[in-house]
Structures are given as C-alpha cells and as structure tokens.
Design a protein around this ligand. Sequence first.
Ligand code: ZN
Length: 253
Amino acid sequence: MKAVLFPGNKRVDVIDRPNPVPGVEEVLIKMRASALCRSDMSIYYGKPVVGGEAAKTGLIVPGHEPAGEVVKLGPGASGVQPGDRVAVYLAIGCGRCQWCHRGYRMLCPRWKCLGFDVDGGDADYLVAPAVNCLKLPEELSFEAGAVMTDMIGTQYSAQKRLGVSGATTLAVFGIGPMGAAGVLIGKARGARVIAVDVLEDRLAMAKELGADEMVDSGNEDATARLRELTQGTGVDVAIDCSGNAKAQNAALD
Ligand code: ZN
C-alpha cells in the first residue's frame, strides 16, 4: 500500500509499505478520509508535540483523525462488520485500567496516540482496535466523520461537562477549527454563543456557523465587551481554543 511519512525538516515522503494485518480485537480499515491537524505540522517540522519516542523517528504514519470502511476483522474483534463506515477515535488505551473501563481512553496511563505512537490514517489501510471504531450514519460523509473525532468530540465532551444549555451564555475564544466546533456545539446545545477572535474572516465564519455575537479582540477589550453584552455579569462559560495567554486571561476575567 501507499503511505505518507513526515521524516522531519518539512519533507513529505510517499512510500510503499506492506498492508497491515489486524491483530487480536483489531480491524483493518480501507481509508477514505484523513484530516490534517495543526499537531501534524509538528511532525512535519520534526518536533512532534504528541507521543513518545516513536513519534520522533519520523517512521510512524501520521493521521489521527481518520475515517474509512472496515474490510477485515482480526481474531476476537466485535462491534463492527466488514462494510461498516467508521471514524476512528485517536486514543488507544490498555483496555484494562479504570480509565479504559470508564471509556476515558485518553486518560489511560499507557495510552498510545494514533498517528504519533502507532501508524495512523495517512495511508491506504489502517489497523485499529475495534473498540475505537465509531460507526458513521449514512448522512455523515467520511470527511465529516474524520474531523468529528477530534474537534467535535472534544467540544461536545467539554460543553456537556460544563453544563452548557439554553440558559448559558458561552464565549468561545479563538475561532480556528476547534473554536468553530465550539460555536457549532454551543448552538446545538441551545446556548447564546459569543465568538472572540482577532481575525475578521474567522469572526465572519463564526457568524456563518451561527454565533450570536462577534467580538474583535484585536480592536477592543474582549473582557469589557463581554461584560457589556451581558449586562455587566460576564459570560457563564468561557472556552479558550486559541492557546494564547492573552485570550486565556481574558476568558478567566
Ligand atoms: Zn488503560
């Protein structure tokens, strides 16, 4: 099969590799979509921000937001069938600890990240644990399924835990892919959503995705403006998706 490698130093190699074989409780998936994440850029530049030693070798196939079609089951694999359309969740847990049993595979002390520690989806085929396969409904494309695994799942989980509802005014700082998902999920949960960014086109996108108000934090004091929009009380929930210290402080304020 063909596979992509990022050996570092901004190089992209397309190589030939033997097709992977599904092991115990694993499945073989024919890849149909694999999203590029900002964290993939860190491998591209040779300084991976996720994963252990393996990620630094440049020999692991990237792609931690993949979707495709199940073609073969390994021994003992269950829950999916050949022909199923699936997205693949990125955290591979040990399957035995309390976190894995509770479904929080990303908290497993022995977790491995797809596309960083083990081969990911930037290839013709991917092997993954059957338990990581999320069945896609017919109306969801492979592309949507792929990006859903990371940003939509993260926002859904965070906003559920924060109790975001129709009674919530939510501010989302930083309208990149994660912030855009924050706007979508916030609106889907019924909240009043205020998008904060320094880039005009990102704010325009937030509006298109349903944000109720936009705050241009490059031109105005975000905290003051959010107070103004909430009769002085401030927002109920603030989520920072920018990673920028200024935005994090504004969110806390
Ligand atoms: Zn575990």
